[in-house]
Ligand binder design. Structure first.
Ligand SMILES: Nc1ncnc2c1ncn2[C@@H]1O[C@H](COP(=O)(O)OP(=O)(O)OP(=O)(O)O)[C@@H](O)[C@H]1O
Ligand SMILES: [Mg+2]
Length: 294
């Protein structure tokens, strides 16, 4: 796969598997970019769950009540979800295209969260992406959306349903704009147990990565801090002496570093920063030993 030569602007979180961590990674990415000084726009296309929209609504309420100021993204398609759900697919697509264009006029980055299903809106988001981030739990159930494995030998047989969606999106974008889509699969909720299962998955992920062309990165380990700050509309990137709704511990320091590493793998370069958020490096799948040692 070709190397990323410029910063992606439209970043889409996608995976048809529900619960893979799309919204969690989206929130952490947006807050990390905001703290790096970037202007960020968001669109939450999961019109039913609205996790990302809910998060920023919580953030507004918490900061107001705590009397502190924290950076916010500009939210688009943030109307009442009930109203958005009454739109026809064509109207919804039109709304999305208009929101996306407006967002890119005022923000450096547009982060789009998508539902865990193949919907016309989700397809449109994938088709407009510069970078697709697919979180993947360490589970063959989740891997099944990306690649089919032989039930006896566990050898990779072929790319499956979600890989085909990304392939189609890449083909269409190349035909329409002559631009490619970078695809990064992030392993999320890595546990320190189950080294055998992880090793097997690691091998299949690498085989599939070579076959369909995605990069593989370390996402976030399974940590309570990545979910417990949601009701406050905060992430570890926000914690400071004045923003501390939970007792701070050493594991939060590790989580912040992990988030920084994750953002570094994306290759996003906020204008203010003049360089990647942290040095971008080639990103092998973290070895079982490395994860166990962390
Ligand atoms: N790294 C992590 N550590 C701890 N909990 C996590 C982590 N990633 C995700 N979770 C939790 O896993 C659950 C699913 O995550 P999330 O809602 O982000 O997935 P999703 O892909 O957006 O799901 P959906 O397809 O339903 O929109 C949530 O309860 C979330 O708090
Ligand atoms: Mg979600």
């Amino acid at each position: 796969m070709s190397k990323v030569t410029e910063s992606p602007r439209v970043i889409v979180l996608g995976n048809e598997k529900g619960g893979a961590g799309k919204s969690t990674i989206a929130l952490h990415l947006v807050t990390a970019l905001l703290h790096a000084g970037a202007k960020v726009a968001t669109i939450d296309l999961d019109l039913r769950q609205r996790s990302m929209a809910r998060f920023f609504s919580n953030r507004r309420a918490w900061t107001q009540s705590a009397g502190v100021s924290l950076p916010m993204p500009t939210e688009f398609m943030n109307e009442d979800a009930a109203e958005l759900l009454t739109l026809t697919p064509a109207q919804a697509l039109q709304r999305f295209e208009a929101a996306g264009s407006e967002a890119l006029q005022e923000a450096e980055f547009l982060v789009v969260d998508t539902p865990g299903a193949d919907t016309p809106l989700s397809r449109a988001a994938h088709g407009n992406a510069d970078l697709i981030i697919t979180p993947l739990n360490d589970s063959f159930v989740d891997f099944d959306m990306l690649g089919l494995v032989d039930p006896v030998t566990l050898d990779l047989i072929k790319p499956s349903i979600y890989s085909e969606v990304v392939w189609e999106s890449r083909k269409n974008k190349m035909l329409e704009t002559r631009r490619s889509i970078d695809w990064l699969v992030l392993r999320n909720r890595l546990a320190t147990t189950e080294p055998r299962n992880r090793k097997r998955l690691e091998e299949r992920i690498m085989a599939l990565s070579r076959r369909v062309g995605f990069r593989v990165g370390a996402g976030l380990r399974d940590r309570v801090i990545y979910r417990e700050l949601f009701p406050f509309g905060l992430t570890v990137a926000d914690l400071s002496p004045t923003v501390r709704p939970v007792a701070v511990s050493l594991t939060h320091v590790a989580a912040r570093q992990e988030l920084r590493n994750m953002v570094a793998e994306l290759g996003v370069i906020p204008k203010g920063a003049g360089k990647p958020v942290a040095p971008a490096a080639a990103s092998p799948v973290p070895s079982a030993a490395a994860v166990n040692a962390a």
